[in-house]
Design a protein around this ligand. Structure first.
Ligand code: APR
Ligand code: PHB
Length: 381
């Protein structure tokens, strides 16, 4: 197996395959240090937690991760709690993707080629595909049976599929998320999603001493437009007054602006190439489905590949795309819905009234809250 990309999808896949005795190599364009420094989301569905445990990287995660049983939704001066545990029977774990990446890299040492240049895939519609890359000025060639494209949204694997053999579905949202990471205690024990006339805000965390906050911002804005003080002021202005009064501010460790996009490609396979994670789909961060979907793909892909290697059954390989996409579309729908419900889209007064009506309904209806809880905590397989 040759795996392109050593983000969470690629390294987790390699670890699960390795434990089942399947020989694999991972090619990553960037250095390990660079990959581990990227700040990403940090909320795990319980099925993701279990998969990481199965991969042998659960120990630190269970020690340091924070188990959450609910989330808060703030709107129009009110706060509604969704009791995930009671309504869905499931909890979630707060544990940063940077930590997961580090834990996975530790166990994958030796199987990852960091800093591989000019990675190219060849013969994906033949039984003997190849991957080439540059290392120390020389071209290296890997002969393999299958290739996993785990190289993210901007990777080369999806782009290597001939035009017309896959269909892409895409929506780009008309705003971004400005994120700030700071070593200050979180303003609240549970996450708070805020719908405010000034725009969406989210209070999240990485630990009891490290907070992660986001505010919706115009797509054209740059990080330089947002000195720390301006972010803290804007966040406080969007939070319910009682919450804002508790907000502890401090110097940022990291700040970034991310665009929001819903993107899915169908099918997730072409010949001997399987796509997994962000290479096959991207969701807006609202609801934190990105990493969880990547883990779900890897779960199915590792399962069918291991079965193929143990029993020679090609039939299961043919099921990969359909099984993965069933979950992908449901999470794409949920993250689109939550994004639409919580953000400011325009000055359209009707749209705002409709959001408030839906939020009020959510706060009054056990059935509506249960639907959110089921999707948020992760649908069962
Ligand atoms: N050659 C080698 N490696 C590449 C190439 C290339 N041409 N192009 C991209 N890569 C690498 C990137 O440098 C990156 O490390 O592939 C990796 C892809 O990792 P991610 O973008 O993290 O994607 P994935 O592993 O699927 O993880 C999905 O992480 O990005 C978040 O929101 C996303 O939470 C989701 C999860
Ligand atoms: C995060 O902690 O970065 C986070 C949490 C929940 C989300 C998105 C991001 O919905």
């Amino acid at each position: 197996m040759a795996i392109v990309g050593a983000g969470p999808s690629g390294v987790l896949l390699s670890q699960l395959l390795h434990r089942a005795g399947v020989d694999c190599i991972v090619l990553e364009r960037h250095t390990r240090d660079y990959v581990e420094r990227r700040i990403r989301a940090g909320l795990l569905e319980w099925t993701t937690v279990e998969l990481l445990q199965q991969a042998g990287v659960g120990e630190r995660m269970m020690r340091e991760g924070l188990v959450h049983e609910g989330i808060l939704m703030a709107f129009d001066g009110r706060v509604h709690r969704i009791d995930l545990a009671r309504l869905s029977g499931r909890r979630v774990l707060v544990y940063g993707q940077t930590e997961i990446q580090h834990d996975l890299d530790e166990v994958a040492t030796g199987r990852v080629v960091w800093g591989a240049g000019e990675v190219r895939i060849h013969g994906i519609d033949t039984p003997r595909p190849q991957v080439t890359y540059e290392r120390d000025g020389a071209t290296q060639t890997i002969d393999c049976e299958f290739i996993a494209g785990c190289d993210g949204y901007h990777g080369i694997c999806r782009a290597s599929i001939p035009a017309g053999r896959i269909t892409e579905y895409e929506r780009v949202y008309p705003f971004g998320w400005l994120g700030i990471l700071a070593d200050v205690p979180p303003v609240n024990e549970e996450l708070i999603y805020v719908n405010h006339p000034r725009g969406f805000a989210l209070c999240s965390m990485r630990s009891r001493t490290r907070s992660r906050y986001y505010v919706q911002c115009p797509l054209e804005d740059r990080v330089e437009d947002w000195p720390d003080e301006r972010i803290w002021e804007e966040l406080a202005a969007r939070l319910p007054a009682t919450v804002a009064a508790r907000l502890v501010t401090g110097p940022s460790i990291e700040k970034s602006i991310a665009p929001l996009r819903s993107f899915v490609v169908e099918p997730m396979r072409f010949g001997r190439l399987f796509l997994a994670g962000d290479a096959a789909h991207t969701v807006p961060p609202t609801g934190a489905k990105g990493l969880n979907l990547a883990a779900a793909d890897v779960r199915v892909l590792s399962e069918v590949l291991i079965e193929y290697y143990h029993e020679g059954s090609e039939r299961r390989l043919d099921e990969y795309s359909q099984r993965a996409l069933a979950r992908v579309w449901k999470a794409t729908r949920f993250s689109w819905w939550l994004t639409t419900l919580m953000h400011r889209f325009s000055d359209d007064a009707l749209a705002r009234k409709l959001q408030l009506a839906e939020l009020e309904y959510l706060a009054q209806s056990e059935a509506a809250s249960k639907a959110v809880a089921e999707n948020y905590s992760g649908l069962p397989f």
